[in-house]
Design a protein around this ligand. Structure first.
Ligand SMILES: Nc1ncnc2c1ncn2[C@@H]1O[C@H](COP(=O)(O)OP(=O)(O)OP(=O)(O)O)[C@@H](O)[C@H]1O
Ligand SMILES: [Mg+2]
Length: 367
């Protein structure tokens, strides 16, 4: 015997306009063709158990197919039918395709009253179902709908948070540029040439932070960023600012976003030094090294490092290398300096491990 909890509004009877509207609503939930989720699988397992039946599905009616978000006891993930099929209820579709003897379903109706699909329980053999079971099935279907609404709310909240983060980034960048402009103005009014120079240097460093930040916040992902593409964007801007040719090479690798600001600031200092104390063209390379480490190099074709130069010592070191050392420490990495292996010039190398979510190697206070 068949027991069918009829969908309150059989989808196909909506008419062409109503059906188009319904499909648009369904798309908004972003559920179709998503991977299985334990929350839905738990509900189908419970529904099957409630009727002591082998199969239960959470299905969504998408045009000319029924797509299963959860399919307990069934390998198929969807049922399709041709456009000519005159189908009146979900039951007829499933019956026709799966050849079932027992079928009960409860509709998935959104909080606004729109029909999306059904929670169905199926057995190959005809059998009975009582009122209590059907009532519980309807409650389980309501739980599926609640879950869908929660997913939608979470998705919308995430989208809003991303817009907000982009807006905050944009304002932070504007503020940094404003601070840089103020420092430039102050350098013009400085009482001595030395003070003017120091203020101009400070203004340039603030601009560098803004530049480094702008180039990675332009990226969409908040988790990790393709680092070579990022270095190319940054290198392009630095080449304009420093008036030098900068070539960026490397193996594209996704690096946690929290490491990018430190990487960008290191490159900024080393490229500035390479132009000031060395000569172009500059080369920036980024390669994976052994044992989960990365290797970042900045090379130039200038006169090379001064005699006796030791990057880890204090003697002969200015603020630039001190900043680089602090950033490399944040990356939990190692800084070395030597001759450019290609011949003329200097080569600065930073090796550092890829950060895991547990180690925060983002920009903390320097020093
Ligand atoms: N690419 C390079 N080629 C040759 N010498 C370099 C190079 N990079 C750094 N040096 C040497 O290392 C020294 C320290 O660099 P550092 O960036 O700390 O100071 P700075 O550039 O002199 O001043 P600032 O504090 O403005 O950065 C430089 O003065 C220079 O002698
Ligand atoms: Mg310097």
């Amino acid at each position: 015997m068949l027991h069918l909890v009829k969908p309150s509004a059989p989808p196909i009877s909506l008419g062409p306009d109503g059906e188009i509207h319904r499909l648009e609503l369904l798309k908004r939930y972003e559920i179709l063709d998503t991977p299985p989720e334990a929350a839905f699988d738990r509900i189908t397992a419970l529904a099957a158990d409630l009727f002591d039946a082998p199969i239960a599905i959470v299905s969504f009616l998408d045009g000319h197919r029924l797509w299963f978000k959860s399919h307990h006891g069934l390998d198929d993930t969807e049922v399709r039918w041709g456009p000519e099929a005159a189908v009146s209820t979900m039951e007829t579709m499933i019956r026709g395709e799966l050849g079932v003897g027992f079928f009960v379903s409860a509709p998935l109706i959104t909080h606004e009253g729109h029909y999306l699909g059904a929670l169905c329980v199926i057995d190959h053999h005809p059998r009975e179902a009582d009122e209590r079971q059907l009532r519980h099935l309807a409650t389980l279907a309501a739980l599926v709908t609640d879950r869908l609404e929660l997913r939608l709310i979470a998705h919308n909240a995430a989208a809003r948070a991303e817009i907000l983060a982009a807006e905050i980034d944009h304002r932070a960048m504007n503020s940094l540029q404003l601070v840089a402009s103020l420092l430039h103005l102050q350098s013009r009014a400085a009482p001595t040439p030395e003070a003017a120079q120091q203020l101009a240097i400070a203004a340039n460093r603030v601009m560098a932070v803004a530049r480094v930040h702008r180039n990675f916040s332009a990226n969409e992902s908040i988790e990790s960023v393709p680092v070579v593409a990022y270095l190319r964007r940054l290198g392009g801007e630095l080449a304009d600012v420093l008036g030098v040719v900068i070539d960026v090479e490397g193996t594209e690798t996704s690096v946690p976003t929290k490491q990018l600001l430190a990487i960008g600031l290191v490159v900024n200092e080393l490229a500035t030094n390479a132009t000031k104390h060395g000569a172009g063209p500059l080369k920036i390379t980024f390669m994976p090294a052994a044992a989960g480490q990365y290797e970042l190099c900045v090379l130039d074709e200038g006169p090379g490092l001064p005699d006796g130069f030791d990057v880890s010592r204090h003697k002969g070191i200015g603020l630039g290398i001190q900043v680089v050392r602090a950033l490399v420490a944040q990356l939990e990495g190692h800084l070395s300096a030597g001759a450019n292996p290609a011949g003329r010039g200097a080569c600065f190398t930073v090796t550092f491990p890829c950060a895991t979510p547990a180690t925060d190697a983002g920009l903390r206070h320097l020093g």
